[in-house]
Design a protein around this ligand. Structure first.
Ligand code: KG4
Ligand code: ZN
Length: 362
């Protein structure tokens, strides 16, 4: 049996897992940093890398204990070295290199986005290739044509913000907590998705498979606060039952208060706009590439309304849909099992392997 330790520190989750060549998960640990970034309304790179430094060794240790495996028993160490936050990536890479050097183990590089798609291979337990891959996370919104686990061709990506980033920023505008995706999803449950008219950027342009969420974010902002430079606390829409001054904006306000129904309606309208764009382009990608199967990964794929919309549209058009369970959608090290494919292809790295923070066009 081949046993690989996989390490994931691309953004704000410190994770490690032990997986086998039969795709069994012997141990898996994720240490989330949500609590550290909450008050900033988004991930602060410096805070993230420092937290990774503190957590990486205990997390690896716990994953090995769960698996009942000693470092001597391992056959390789794999690490996500691209794309992600530079400081965060470096922590995982240094840990992996050190273990490989000390225990004379081969080093395997993992592309984080490809791993997100491979999560569907693990959860479904069957071959998912060839397929179209849709990755929707805090840092990425990408479409790939995936011929095999080692052959991904980019079809399109966001030209500005990622879908998850838009969820996080809109949540922050509405006074909801970080991470914004789950908060928006909860708020949207009692909301009217038609109350606010929001754009579906690039959706009508069938010549490209790209996304754009920056204008959508701006549109939400204008509808909440009005156009022009927004000074915190001077938005025109206030809750009628706010506990602070209701009638006049006050310089003392640190954050505008919105009526709960307005928050729900905006959350629902925004979520519907994002889902229309993601589903529309995913379907276009399947048609363009003559593919029959769609695999979705990334934190935003945890969104129930998105999953339902993808299910409905795929069923109607006769496509097979694979979306992993929630724990395998957000960042984790189990999806690093894609390293098994590289192990069998003898794709090992030298110990001078570097990180690539930006997107790799392969
Ligand atoms: O894949 P991920 O865990 O980390 C990155 O690689 O970015 O994705 C995190 C993103 C965050 O922006 C978060 O708000 C979003 O996924 N997210 C969601 C949901 N759960 C997490 N977005 C929409 N609905 C959700 N239920
Ligand atoms: Zn991710």
């Amino acid at each position: 049996m081949i046993r690989i330790l996989t390490i994931e520190t691309t953004c704000d989750e410190t994770a490690a897992a032990v997986v086998t060549d039969q795709l069994q998960v012997l141990g898996a640990v994720v240490a989330s940093q949500d609590d550290l970034h909450q008050r900033f309304g988004g991930v602060v790179p410096e805070v993230a890398s420092r937290a990774h430094v503190e957590r990486i060794l205990p997390v690896i240790d716990q994953a090995l204990r769960q698996a009942g495996v000693e470092l001597f028993d391992l056959d390789a160490v794999a690490v996500a070295n691209r794309p992600g936050l530079a400081g965060s990536l470096l922590v995982g890479l240094m840990a992996a290199k050190t273990l490989c050097f000390a225990y004379d183990l081969p080093l395997i590089a993992i592309d984080h986005l490809q791993a997100h798609i491979y999560a569907g291979r693990i959860s479904s337990g069957r071959d998912i290739f060839p397929c179209v891959g849709l990755i929707v996370s805090g840092g990425h919104s990408n479409l790939y044509r995936c011929q095999t686990a080692l052959d991904f061709t980019p079809l399109g990506s966001t030209i500005d913000d990622a879908a998850g980033e838009a969820f996080d920023k809109v949540a922050s505008m509405l006074g909801l907590n970080y991470p914004g995706g789950p908060a928006i999803e909860r708020a949207a449950q009692g909301g009217d998705p038609k109350r606010f008219r929001l754009p579906r950027p690039l959706l009508a342009d069938s010549s490209r498979l790209d996304f754009s969420f920056s204008g959508l974010k701006t549109s939400v902002r204008y509808q909440l606060f009005g156009p022009g430079r927004v000074k915190k606390g001077t938005g025109p829409i206030f809750t009628p039952n706010a506990t602070k001054h209701q009638d006049e904006p006050s310089e003392n306000w640190t954050c505008p208060l919105f009526h709960a129904q307005l928050v729900a309606d905006m959350a629902a309208s925004f979520q519907a706009a994002v889902i229309d764009c993601l589903v529309g382009k995913a379907m276009l990608a399947l048609e363009r590439t003559n593919s029959k199967r769609l695999c979705v990964g990334g934190g935003v794929a945890a969104n129930t309304s998105l999953r339902k919309a993808l299910e409905a549209e795929s069923a109607e058009r006769g496509f097979e849909l694979i979306v992993p369970p929630l724990a395998l959608c957000t960042d984790n090290a189990v999806m690093g099992a894609i390293a098994i494919e590289r192990y069998y292809a003898s794709e090992f790295e030298d110990l001078d392997l570097d990180i690539t923070a930006g997107l790799v066009r392969n």
